[in-house]
Every structure is written in structure tokens, then in C-alpha cells.
Design a binder for this molecule. Structure first.
Ligand SMILES: [Zn+2]
Length: 483
């Protein structure tokens, strides 16, 4: 029973192979046919001639754990053609954790104390089942979240009984369907965790066929050591590693992705390694004096103690207040910021690298967010692919679809083929472009025309349809679908 026919588009199927002209028939949650499709009584038709029909994009690096509930239409992502988000990156996940005090930064990026209310990962996934979002989610467990829940103090390695508690909670999460473990070793809650602690947790991943993603300890002068540390975890545990938002930050490290990418390529030759990146020279996270020092410019994205300063430059705030930048940082806490810390040639080199997936790292609860939240995928397609010619459109789509679904084990997605889930994005290759800027960061992109999730439209005519067909994707269920 065909529900939809997408007629006359150019299919880019996510594998990297050249586009081809075909009609698409959608029946229920799946793609029923790719090829010449005749008229079908009762099916709705959309003329997509001149448009690209691609698999829905996978945002492999998100902090959408709570956004899936708070903004269930997920317009920031659906407007970009994203049909699946990977949550729980950088060591911070909403579950499994309950707390009765303010969560320490950066856990406060995704929620307040009251939001951390899922003592078991199964409870979080069940809540997603009960209150589905427009798009799918594959969920990581955050190491910092485990630490906050299991340790009496974070300024030291975990003791044996604490490690045991963390292992028990991680195992529960993996049993419930988590796709892997993330770390954020650059952040205060995790920076005192030694490699042995990470390896003891990562050891649980292999039997579960889950993976390890890491916001590394150091993305500046020590980036090569941090890559070695990340690969060593993968080797010790026998699991795939994903290097999160790969970059080399600070003026002294401009150009050094020319060193790191060959090191990553060498690692890929001996073990399973992947990486993700966002297409901007500015990063964004919690506000800290240390990060501000390394940046050429800092924009405040939110502040609990001075909310009216969100969207302003840190130096201007300090000048207004007649205080040092460091003092201004202290007065704004808790707060978030955007940091200009990268060099454009590095961003382009990483994006071009064949193993690089696209991940927005968008922060959905920031008052004045980094434009990557609304702009990442159309920016890669429109700016880096069409305008700069960094790579072809087939390669751009592969980085957003076939590559990440293989890496994260999202069976039946990331391709346009009969039998696959009908997660589909239709876009205009001539006009697709990001419109979110650092001044107007929540402006939706243009050129994303139709987005289907599990066979149902979630974005059309420049707005959400209101339907919420997204699913919490469980690792075991996806593994069982491998035929
Ligand atoms: Zn991160």
C-alpha cells in the first residue's frame, strides 16, 4: 500500500556513488520502491524534479537529550534535513542521573537539577517512547554524568566502589539500548579521570557492540597525545572510537590538522576510528576564563546571573562594567559562550578528510546559540560543497548519511533503497544554504523542501508539520535487523 510517491528527483543514495534519476515509493515506515513508479490509487504524489532526494541526515554530535522533549518538533534539526540525532556527547547525557543540586558545568548545558530525573537509562528511553519527537534519536551515555552520579568528589580518579557503581549504571544503559559511551575529558567533572578509569568503563562496550566517542582531553598543544590516548582506549577495549568535533585550537596550533589527520588516517588503518566536525571556525560551550584567553573573540550565549548580556561580546561587557575580562567571566557565571579559536584552512581540511562525519554540536537551550545549531548541514551543502567546491554533493551527502549510519550501527537508515526506513530529505541543490548567523542564530536554512521520518513528513513548506514519528533507536533492535 503506497502512501507517498516522490516523482522525478535525482537520488543521491548516501553511499557516495553518482546520483541517478528515480521515483521513490513510500509505504508505511519504509521505502517500497526506487525506480520507475507508476500512478497508485490513493497515494499522494510530490513532484521533486530538479531536486535531490537523499537519505535523512544524521547529526552525529548533538546535545539534544532534553530538546527532544522541550522542542519535540525539533525544528532546528528538521529544518536542516536531519532525521536522526546522536545525543549524549562530550561526556554529558541526561541519563542515568538524578540530582538534588545544580548540575556542575558543563552538565548545565542540557538541563537543570529538575531535568536530571532519569535514574535508569531505560526510564529515559521509555520517556522518549511515550513522548516521541519529530526525529529519531540514538543515545550515548555520558561519562561525566556517570561520575556526577557515582562519586562524592570529582577532583580525583574514581575509587573502586565508585567505578563499580559507574560500571553498573553503564551496563544498565547498554542493556536498555544506548549506542555507546562518550567522554568529555577536557571538562572539570572528568579531567581527573585517568585512562585506566575510561578503559575500565569502555571494557563493557565490546560485548554490547557499542562504541566510544570522545571530546578529548586536549585539542591544543597536546592534541597528538590526546589522539594517542583516545586510540589506546579503543585498542584496549576493542571498540570503535569517534573523535568528537575534531579541531586544533588556539593561534599556536593553527595549521596543525595537517599533522593530526595523517595520524588519524594511520589509526584508521589498524583499528576502527571515526571523527566528526562542524563547519565553523568558532566553538561553543560553557564560559570559562581559560577558554576565553585562547580566543580572538568571545560572544556570551547565556548567563544565569546576567541574562541580558546574552548575545554580547565578552570584552564589551567587561568594558561596560569597568572590570577585567576574568572578573566579567566570574560575574556572568553560570554562563555559556562562543569562542573564535580556529583557522579556516583547518576547518576545511578536516571537513574534506574522507573519514569525517558531520555533527552540529549545537546547544539547543542557549539563549543566543552558536549558528551551528540551525545551520550546520545546509552550510556544508551550500557553502562548502556548492560555493567552495570542497567536495562533490555525493560526498557531502555520504558524510551525513551512509558514513554515520555505518559507524553508529543505525541499521536500515542512511540509504535510499527499497526496504530501508523512509528517512528522506529532499533539497534544492541550487539554493540550499544556511541562514543562521552569529547575529541571528536561529534563522532556518533555505532549500530544504521535504523531510520524512519513518515514512511521515515532519518538515514541509518551510515549517514543521507537527507530526512526531521519531523513535528512540535501541542498539539491540538495530543489530537484530541486520540481514
Ligand atoms: Zn565537546
Amino acid at each position: 500500500m503506497t502512501d507517498w510517491i516522490l516523482r522525478g528527483g535525482e537520488v543521491i543514495d548516501g553511499s557516495g556513488r553518482a546520483r541517478f534519476r528515480a521515483d521513490i515509493a513510500i509505504a508505511g515506515e519504509r521505502i517500497a520502491a526506487v525506480g520507475v513508479v507508476g500512478k497508485v490509487q490513493g497515494a499522494r504524489e510530490i513532484d521533486v524534479s530538479g531536486k535531490i532526494v537523499a537519505p535523512g541526515f544524521v547529526d552525529v554530535h548533538t546535545h539534544d537529550d532534553r530538546a527532544l522533549f522541550a522542542n519535540p518538533e525539533m525544528a532546528a534539526k528538521a529544518s536542516q534535513g536531519v532525521t536522526t540525532v546522536v545525543t549524549g556527547n562530550c561526556g554529558i547525557s541526561l541519563a542515568p542521573l538524578t540530582i538534588d543540586h545544580a548540575p556542575p558545568p558543563p552538565l548545565d548545558l542540557i538541563g537543570d537539577a529538575a531535568d536530571y530525573r532519569y535514574g535508569r537509562f531505560a526510564d529515559y528511553l521509555a520517556a522518549l517512547d511515550r513522548s516521541p519527537a519529530a526525529i529519531n534519536a540514538a543515545c550515548l551515555v555520558g561519562h561525566s554524568t556517570l561520575r556526577v552520579g557515582a562519586m562524592s568528589g570529582l577532583d580525583r580518579p574514581a575509587e573502586q566502589d565508585e567505578l563499580t557503581r559507574m560500571q553498573e549504571r553503564l551496563q544498565e544503559a547498554l542493556d536498555a539500548g544506548a549506542v555507546g559511551l562518550s567522554t568529555g575529558l577536557a571538562y572539570a567533572p572528568a579531567e581527573h579521570a585517568p585512562p585506566a578509569e575510561i578503559e575500565a568503563l569502555a571494557a563493557l562496550l565490546r560485548p554490547a557492540r557499542a562504541l566510544y566517542t570522545t571530546h578529548m582531553r586536549n585539542e591544543g598543544a597536546g592534541v597528538l597525545d590526546s589522539l594517542d590516548e583516545s586510540f589506546a582506549v579503543g585498542q584496549a577495549a576493542g571498540v570503535p572510537v569517534v573523535i568528537s568535533h575534531h579541531k586544533t585550537i588556539g593561534r599556536d596550533n593553527f595549521g596543525r590538522t595537517a599533522e593530526t589527520l595523517p595520524v588519524i588516517a594511520a589509526a584508521v588503518a589498524r583499528q576502527q576510528v571515526g571523527l566528526d566536525a562542524y563547519p565553523y571556525i568558532a566553538s561553543s560551550t560553557v564560559l570559562s576564563a581559560g577558554q576565553a584567553e585562547r580566543a580572538s573573540k568571545v560572544l556570551v550565549t547565556w548567563s544565569k546571573s546576567a541574562p541580558e548580556q546574552a548575545g554580547r561580546e565578552l570584552s564589551a561587557i567587561a568594558a561596560d562594567w569597568g572590570v577585567s575580562v576574568k572578573e566579567a567571566v566570574d560575574r556572568l557565571q553560570p554562563a555559556g559562550a562562543i569562542y573564535w579559536t580556529m583557522d579556516e584552512p583547518d576547518v576545511q581540511r578536516v571537513l574534506r578528510f574522507e573519514h569525517t562525519m558531520i555533527g552540529s554540536d549545537g546547544l539547543p537551550h542557549d539563549f543566543h546559540p552558536h549558528p551551528r545549531l540551525w545551520g550546520t548541514f545546509p552550510r556544508v551543502l551550500g557553502h562548502y560543497c556548492r560555493e567552495l567546491g570542497l567536495f562533490g554533493l555525493e560526498e557531502a551527502v555520504r558524510k551525513m548519511t551512509g558514513l554515520p549510519t555505518a559507524r553508529f550501527g543505525l541499521t536500515g537508515r542512511g540509504t535510499v533503497a527499497a526496504g530501508a526506513y523512509a528517512d528522506i530529505t529532499v533539497f534544492d541543490p541550487a539554493t540550499v544554504i544556511d541562514c543562521a548567523t552569529f547575529d541571528k542564530p536561529t534563522t532556518p536554512a533555505t532549500g530544504i523542501e521535504h523531510v520524512f521520518v519513518n515514512g511521515r513528513p515532519v518538515w514541509a513548506e518551510g515549517k514543521p508539520t507537527g507530526d512526531r514519528p521519531g523513535r528512540a533507536l535501541r542498539r539491540q533492535q538495530m543489530a537484530a535487523e541486520i540481514r
